[in-house]
Design a protein around this ligand. Structure first.
Ligand SMILES: [Zn+2]
Length: 107
């Protein structure tokens, strides 16, 4: 008996799968606009909407090493690293200034 040690991978599998499925291709024999090979959507700066949300989640959850590997393999573009959720600040706790605790007069 033993526990199989699985390296912790915080990136959901679907995000990685979507990044690999949704690829750009050029219409009109390489002369036209970029479209997504998988869903046929127009290809923007971060790909189609599905890829964009997958890339966003990947950037948000992956470790630095995973991001480097994804860029090296072409699953992610350096541009995608700018995809960050802008909302977490809302949930972040404002650091509380330490209250000055009066210990009374010492001595
Ligand atoms: Zn797509």
């Amino acid at each position: 008996m033993g526990l199989i040690s699985v390296p912790v991978d915080p990136v959901p599998a679907w995000a990685k799968i979507d990044l690999q499925l949704h690829r750009a291709y050029r219409t009109w024999f390489g002369l036209g606009r970029l479209r997504c090979e998988w869903c046929g959507e127009a290809w923007g700066r971060h790909g189609c909407l599905t890829r964009k949300s997958a890339a966003k989640l990947f950037v948000y959850t992956a470790s630095a090493a995973q991001k480097t590997a994804a860029i090296d393999s072409g699953d992610l573009t350096p541009d995608d690293l700018n995809l960050r959720r802008r909302s977490p600040a809302r949930h972040r706790r404002r650091p509380r200034p330490y209250p000055v605790v009066s210990l009374g007069q010492v001595g």
